[in-house]
Design a protein around this ligand. Structure first.
Ligand code: UD1
Ligand code: UDP
Length: 353
């Protein structure tokens, strides 16, 4: 049996990898490596237990630091692991520092790389995730694109072989989780919110948190909403809220980050979603929830083109305008595949390694 090393490190990667890691061990010897980029129990452990993912075989325990130090630590530790295991393929997901550190380390060791969620672009190299994904794509052998737009982006950059349209593993995961969430999640009653009568919010991007004024504006805008707002606060955002002494508005419930099943239940029962998360904006689309994305651009253009997702900047005016003017959610397409992206990816891997 051939060996594959899968590397994950951040919350959305545990969710994405769950879809493939649950199945790939039937045909491959898989080592699951956790870089330790996310480490709080509610940012990491909860996903392994809930999503039935094998526990990581190795945890590099890197933790938080500046980008250069975090990436350097990951590379030093990954080099040792990859040299010891010498896999036939390294599997990476998305666009975090864990993704790029793995791509650089594996490429230097001449180990083939498969990148899941390849080809996404904001067309802005000042965004950390764009740097990570452009480098990861450039160094990868197999490029698994979730959407036709992502395929087109790769073609436009000159990639001509080994680009595969697979659908989105995040959509696979949502389908897997929804039924279980319906039967086990009690979050809606625990929070005493009324289904279809609240707004769900997540904010964590550096652009909206490192600049305290932007975060203060976002929270001020939420305070003007005429409905309850449920806001599971990412640790990065919590740090800024605490340091800046931002007060929780009366209609807003700041809560700890929640597990995946609770979160998708909160999405499914919400009236509207406000976010800057890549994953949450497409989950909103797949669940047919109107969404405001607080970011100047999105690689998930289909959600905007179909009228479900509006982009706003981090000003009170822009967010409240988007909130008040209503949605024209006219179209809905299966842009994210049929819920079998993981099967397609495993099949392509088996033909190419
Ligand atoms: C990272 C990714 C981002 C992704 C997000 C998913 C990069 C550059 N960014 O952003 O693309 O959307 O994960 O959630 O890789 N912290 C904790 N506990 C944790 C994790 C983080 O307290 O378990 C705090 C630390 O103060 C840390 C900060 O959050 O410095 C930021 O964490 P980091 O992993 O560097 O970036 P994210 O904002 O989580
Ligand atoms: N999510 C979660 N609990 C939360 C907030 C989000 O399980 O409290 C899930 C959400 O369903 C989505 C993923 O985390 O699948 C998105 O991750 P995140 O927003 O951290 O990262 P991004 O997608 O922006 O990279």
């Amino acid at each position: 049996m051939k060996t594959i090393v899968t590397v994950v490190g951040a919350r959305p990667q545990f969710i994405k990898a769950s879809t493939i890691s649950r199945k790939i061990r039937n045909s491959y010897n898989e080592y699951l490596v956790h870089t330790g980029q996310h480490y709080d129990a509610n940012m990491s452990d909860v996903f392994f237990s809930e999503l039935k993912i094998p526990q990581p075989d190795i945890n590099l325990g890197v933790g938080s630091d500046s980008h250069a130090k975090q990436i350097a630590q990951m590379m030093i530790k990954l080099e040792e692991v990859l040299n010891e295991i010498r896999p036939s393929l390294v599997l990476i997901y998305g666009d975090t520092n864990s993704t790029m550190a793995t791509a650089l380390t594996a490429a230097k060791l001449l180990i083939p790389i498969a990148h899941v969620e390849s080809g996404l672009r904001n067309f802005d190299m000042t965004i950390q995730e764009e740097i990570n994904r452009v480098i990861a794509d450039r160094l990868s052998t197999l490029l698994f694109a979730p959407t036709q737009t992502a395929v087109d982006n790769l073609k436009a950059e000159g990639f001509s072989t080994n680009v595969f349209l697979t659908g989105d593993v995040m959509y696979d995961s949502l389908l897997f989780g929804l039924e279980r969430a319906e039967s086990v999640s009690e979050i809606v009653s625990k929070l005493r919110v009324i289904p279809n009568d609240y707004c769900l919010v997540t904010i964590h991007r550096a652009e909206n948190t490192d600049n305290v004024q932007n975060l203060a504006n976002i929270i001020k805008a939420l305070a003007s909403f005429n409905e309850t707002v449920v806001f599971p606060v990412h640790p990065r955002t919590r740090k800024v809220i605490d340091q800046a002494g931002i007060i929780q508005p009366d209609n807003v419930k700041f809560i700890q980050p929640v597990g995946y099943l609770d979160f998708i239940m909160l999405e499914a029962k919400s009236r509207i979603i406000v976010t800057d998360s890549g994953g949450v904006q497409r989950e909103a689309y797949c669940l047919k929830k109107p969404c405001i994305t607080i970011f100047p651009t999105t690689p998930w253009v289909e959600t905007v083109q179909d009228g479900w997702n509006k982009l706003a900047d981090a000003s009170v005016q822009s967010i409240t305008d988007a909130y008040r003017t209503g949605w024209s959610c006219s179209d809905y397409g299966n842009h994210f595949g049929e819920g079998n992206a993981a099967d397609i990816i495993i099949e392509k891997i088996s033909r190419n390694i």
